[in-house]
Design a protein around this ligand. Structure first.
Ligand SMILES: *Cc1c(COP(=O)(O)O)cnc(C)c1O
Length: 229
């Protein structure tokens, strides 16, 4: 069976090839290893293989893992990529380095108020519902600019960019369309005077399409840790 170290190497090779195909600069894409449902020991193995950034979806599960792996801090970076409810913001503001799933101003305000003074500003991405489907979470494209302009004013947050989770599609060209829309949204915000540097898009099945469209961070679970049970 493939080890985590081998799987990480393979994913990095896919990313590097996609970067080269797109004519982008080597090293311009961060690999976020999505460790939801994986036991702490698997995260420790990935860390030992050199992986530093880890993504979690479920706050309760993540907090337990963060505590178990406290000895790996500050080298290990924790990113929340799953839905965040108002009653969990305090714990998240205390324990995480990044939150990718901010989809309303109220949540951002609470995170800013609750971010401990002795920690650096919390890195934030706004989650965008690019396809506009009612069933999906995330800001609509039409709402992003006004929320972004409000979030950059919050003192204990650092707005870094945008995140999306498009519908799965089999074909590379079809996969590229929603990623392109997110890239264009980021460019529009920067044209309005923001200085955002992060496009969090692409997962195990569509990372090539995301990198082709300018992803700076891909969130990869299955291809690193195997199928979730
Ligand atoms: C689970 C998850 C991922 C990783 O998905 P894989 O297909 O396993 O790579 C990425 N982003 C989010 C928001 C997720 O929930």
């Amino acid at each position: 069976m493939e080890t985590i170290a081998q799987a990480l190497q393979q994913v990095k090779r896919r990313i590097d090839r996609a970067i080269a195909d797109a004519g982008r600069a080597p090293g311009c894409v961060t690999l976020l290893a999505v460790s939801k449902t994986q036991p702490a020991q698997r995260v420790r193995e990935a860390f030992a293989a050199g992986q530093r950034a880890f993504g979690e979806n479920y706050v309760q599960e993540a907090l337990a893992k963060i505590e178990t792996l406290a000895d790996l801090r500050p080298g290990l970076e924790w990113h929340l990529i799953g839905p965040l409810q108002g009653n969990k913001t305090r714990a998240v503001a205390q324990a995480f380095d990044w939150v990718h799933s901010v989809d309303r101003l109220k949540i951002a305000q609470r995170l800013s108020e609750q971010r401990p003074a002795d920690l650096p500003a919390l890195n934030i991405c706004l989650q965008v519902n690019v396809s506009g489907e009612a069933s999906k979470s995330g800001l609509l494209l039409a709402e992003v600019a006004s929320v972004a302009q409000a979030v950059v004013e919050l003192p204990r947050l650092r707005l870094r960019g945008l995140m999306s989770i498009p519908e799965p599609m089999a074909d590379l060209q079809a996969q590229r369309a929603p990623h392109r829309a997110l890239r264009e949204m980021l460019a529009a915000l920067n044209a309005q005077g923001l200085a955002l540097d992060t496009l969090s898009m692409g997962m195990s099945d569509d990372l090539e399409a995301a990198v082709a469209e300018g992803a700076t961070l891909v969130r990869v679970g299955t291809a690193v840790f195997g199928r979730r049970g």
